[in-house]
Write a protein that binds this ligand. Sequence first.
Ligand code: ZN
Length: 233
Amino acid sequence: DILARRTPGFTGADLSNLVNEAALLAARRDKKKIYMQELEEAIERVMAGPERKSHIMNDEEKRLTAYHEGGHTLVGMMLKHADPVHKVTIIPRGRAGGYTLMLPKEDRNYATKSELLDKLKVAMGGRVAEEIVLKEISTGASQDIQQATRMVRGMVMQYGMSDKFGLMALTQSGNEYLDGTPVVNCADTTAADADSEVRTLLQTCYADAISTLRENRGLLDEVALYLLEKETI
Ligand code: ZN
């Protein structure tokens, strides 16, 4: 079940690659069978690259990562429509300094507006934690910011989910036979209005994430300290 939820969109070749990785890990550990532990680790290797040793980070970076990931985790746990947190770690992997993995409870074909808004707040949680605890912000949030912006653009310009534009689609889905990029389909002034609507929505979610973490500051410290000690929850 966890395997299915963690591998949406995997092709047959991806799955075969995944099982090979898991078999190698199991063999390296002198196990006669592949267990869930190897499969989960293989998924992470296939998706994000091999684990790097955490001691390549200095204490300052570790603390930043622990609060950043702790922020995602806590905001996620406090919101009704966010996916449950499956794992959070400050061990670097691939290009990521750490990550928080959330898994949907079931296979879904669509997302509701409440779910998207909660996802946005979770994405903001990392940066917000850096800002309110360390009084400093870092490039560690760059993926979150790109992902959140992409999501809000979709809500405003494609899914008819903003109050300002209602049902009006401002982009048309891209031609899948070309490069699939959505085509902007409105006047320049409308596009500029859409940009400011995107910024407003992002700011609203950011403000919500700030109040969630301020209200739960004690818990945030606990999660971050636990991560610094154990590295993975
Ligand atoms: Zn993050």
